[in-house]
Design a protein around this ligand. Structure first.
Ligand code: NAD
Ligand code: UDX
Length: 464
């Protein structure tokens, strides 16, 4: 039986290794983490993350060939292959603060492998890391293992998107596996290829050199985010000219060279990856003395910030240049639909701007806990503190509760339940102050129908 250990039971380690267990019943998968609460949740009826289809997979394989544990050392000792799927957040202080990836978690996990391993291991970088991190991992492993054990390192970046993780993992566009171009490297690579090809067609399992694989992950995220910033930049031109951003995106997307995906204008991209990974690329470019390249990618993040600020300004301007004491219903707090994740969510920035304008913000999100919302709004650097939140924020349990007595509704997340077929906007209109405004930051509402009800509607990328 092949024995797999995954270090890091987060949004990536949990689902990606649970799918391996689900697809390969003869592979034993142990997912470990230092965070006891997280592991307890993985072992309970309430998994620590919400992801459509995840429960079915975990509940079916848990206790059979899928295990969750805090015993990191034992899982390392038992494993043939070890996925390192720990967090690599943006550094908060020191060299490269605000841009470079913090590799402390990678280093700690790598040192642990070196210290406790008693047999050869294939160590797989699953986390998103700067180019050439595998080299540092190799150096640490070789310098700290006193038992002359062989370690092979592979790069196997993860491309799942939250909300569709199980679909992405069971039917991925591609899987990348990078290795050192040596006979031992190829042998290790083949072992991982053999796992993935159990359910993924061979031609979608792409092999390449380590550094290309590491860089491809940063590159793919940068290119995806760049499309969103491009369409968001166009949305500003649409609003000023009378062009409609959905129509422009459709026109461009039907060109097969451009393609239709990732051209949806929005209040700004969020999530734990895009901003972090682009800043990582910016830092890498600076380190390589390529300031023009760094500036090019940095502009993608700058445009995203501009979009959030521009949308807030539109709200304030439209509400007669003041939102002081006005109740603003914020629908959605997660960074996208079908996830409870709020990391880098545009809603956090918007909420903070509105609080600074002294609005009363009533927030509702179907999957984000009240505690999480408070934590996000009181994080250092967000611009709002506990007193602000106490005075200006109320957290609601339904769309109707958030909208009752509101002057305006702001759609921040594209949850299906906010769409017109699932919500009674006539009832909402009747419960609001007049004039009743809706700001659609996700282009999910039918503006003419809302105007018929009596709403004043403002949509990203469309002029009134
Ligand atoms: P996460 O914060 O949800 O999970 C990481 C987990 O690793 C945490 O639970 C933490 O406690 C654990 N951990 C840290 N150090 C450890 C150690 N030494 N031993 C044991 N456990 C340890 O992070 P995530 O969202 O799963 O992301 C993990 C990596 O995958 C990051 O590099 C990220 O950039 C990348 N990635 C994320 C996504 C995504 O959608 N979230 C997609 C693709 C790639
Ligand atoms: C992203 C990548 O898609 C995935 O391949 C990688 O592994 C991790 O980072 P994720 O952040 O989970 O995944 O979600 P994604 O669907 O990419 O959305 C990111 C943000 O962009 C969200 O805030 C989303 O609402 C926004 N977005 C996406 C748009 O504003 N417009 C679009 O057209 C697409």
């Amino acid at each position: 039986m092949v024995n797999i250990c995954c270090i890091g039971a987060g949004y990536v380690g949990g689902p990606s290794c649970a799918v391996i267990a689900y697809k390969c019943h003869d592979v034993k998968v142990t997912i470990v983490d230092l965070n006891q609460a997280r592991i307890d949740a993985w072992n309970s009826d309430h998994l620590p993350i919400y992801e459509p289809g995840l429960e079915e997979i975990v509940f079916e394989r848990r206790g059979k060939n899928l295990f969750f544990s805090t015993d990191v050392d034992q899982a390392i000792i038992d494993a043939d292959l070890i996925f390192v799927s720990v967090n690599t957040p943006t550094k908060k202080s020191g060299m490269g603060a605000g841009m470079a990836a913090d590799l402390a978690y990678i280093e700690r996990a790598t040192r642990r492998i070196a210290q406790v391993a008693t047999s050869p291991k294939i160590v797989i970088e699953k986390s998103t890391v700067p180019c050439r991190t595998a080299q540092s991992m190799r150096t640490i492993l070789e310098a700290n293992s006193n038992k002359n054990i062989r370690f092979d390192i592979l790069s196997n970046p993860e491309f799942l998107a939250e909300g569709t993780a199980i679909k992405d993992l069971t039917n991925p566009d591609r899987v990348l596996i990078g290795c050192l171009q040596t006979p031992e490297g190829f042998t290790a690579q083949q072992k991982l290829v053999d796992i993935y090809t159990r359910w993924i067609p061979q031609e979608r399992v792409i092999t390449m050199n380590l550094w290309s694989s590491e860089l491809s992950k940063l590159a793919a995220n940068a290119l995806l985010a760049q499309r969103i910033s491009s369409v968001n930049a166009l949305s500003a031109i649409c609003e000023a000219t009378g062009a409609d951003v959905d129509e422009v995106a459709y026109a461009c997307g039907t060109d097969s060279r451009i393609g239709p995906k990732f051209l949806k204008a929005s209040v700004g991209f969020g999530g734990s990856c895009f901003q972090k990974d682009i800043l990582n690329l910016v830092y890498l470019s600076e380190q390589l003395h390529l300031p023009e390249v760094a500036a090019y990618w940095k502009a993608v993040v700058d445009m995203n910030e501009f979009q959030k600020q521009r949308f807030t300004h539109r709200i304030v301007r439209t509400l007669f240049n003041t939102v002081t004491s006005k109740r603003i219903a914020m629908l959605g707090f997660a960074f996208k639909k079908d996830t409870g994740d709020t990391r880098e969510s545009a809603a956090i920035t918007l909420c903070s701007y509105l609080i600074q304008e002294h609005a009363q913000v009533a927030i509702y999100d179907p999957k984000v806990s009240h505690k999480q919302i408070i934590m996000d709004l009181t994080e250092p650097g967000v611009g709002t503190n506990e007193t602000d939140v106490e005075k200006h924020v109320s957290i609601c349990n339904s769309t109707y509760e958030a909208c009752a007595g509101a002057d305006a509704i702001v759609i921040c997340t594209e949850w299906d339940e906010f769409k017109m077929e699932h919500t009674d906007y006539q009832k909402i209109f009747e419960s609001m102050n007049k004039p009743a405004f809706i700001f659609d930051g996700r282009l999910i509402l039918d503006a003419p129908k809302l105007r018929d009800i009596g709403f004043r509607v403002e949509t990203i990328g469309k002029s009134v």
